[in-house]
Design a protein around this ligand. Structure first.
Ligand code: 3AM
Length: 198
């Protein structure tokens, strides 16, 4: 069944799904394995703020560049350009060691107090590559983080040091952000596995 309608010559005409779903809400992100997501999930403490919305483990990721609504052709072009960069990059380690918050956005996240140069360089390069296609403002500063909860409010003093978690990052993906009745769902539509060098 067509999911939308439009008006043509005064008549209601079904809008083909292919047109209706031409753009997807997209982002480039580090992708974690189910086992890594399980380890990240251990840092989520719903008792910390019961009114917050805690991400399900399968949604845990680290956004590199938010792309906004993009047509399939742009997604394909961006992904193939991204691959050129990713081919050069070996897997790298991230050491998550602090809980912190974006207080204005009411986001609680697991952060990296000392981000490796490889991550920051990758993010800069992908951001540059995406720039001509962006229809959203570019964040002033990239703060590597894994969002744990939204609608989070606490009087605790942040950042809060936590027992560190070192993860080897091996996958980068193009994700779609899909709204469902159960909340937002992040689906990887393209994934690249970083290859060790030398
Ligand atoms: O990875 P996190 O959860 O921090 O907040 C959104 C989420 O970030 C962010 O993109 C990620 C995947 O949805 N996001 C959503 N809208 C955004 C916007 N307009 C945005 N980031 C920047 N600008």
């Amino acid at each position: 069944m067509p999911s939308a309608i439009y008006w043509a010559c005064g008549r209601r005409v079904p809008l083909p799904d292919v047109i209706h779903s031409m753009n997807d809400r997209c982002f480039l992100s580090l992708k974690f394995s189910p086992e890594q997501q399980r380890l990240l999930h251990a840092y989520q403490q719903p008792a910390f703020c019961q009114d917050a919305k805690w991400h399900p483990a399968h949604n845990l990721h680290l956004t590199l560049v938010f792309l906004g609504q993009q047509a399939l052709a742009v997604q394909q072009q961006l992904w193939s350009q991204s691959l050129e960069l990713l081919h050069e990059l070996p897997p790298f380690e991230l050491r998550f060691d602090e809980l912190n918050q974006f207080s204005h956005a009411k986001v609680l996240y697991l952060g990296v107090s000392q981000p490796p140069a490889a991550l920051m360089a990758l993010q800069q390069q992908l951001q540059q590559l995406a720039l001509p296609f962006l229809n959203v403002p570019v964040p002033e500063q990239f703060v590597p983080h894994v969002t744990l909860a939204r609608k989070f409010q606490s009087v605790s003093a942040f950042p809060l040091a936590v027992p560190p978690l070192s993860l080897l990052c091996t996958e980068v993906a193009l994700y779609h952000s899909i709204s469902t009745e159960q909340g937002v769902s992040y689906q990887s539509v393209e994934t690249y596995t970083l290859v060790p060098k030398g």
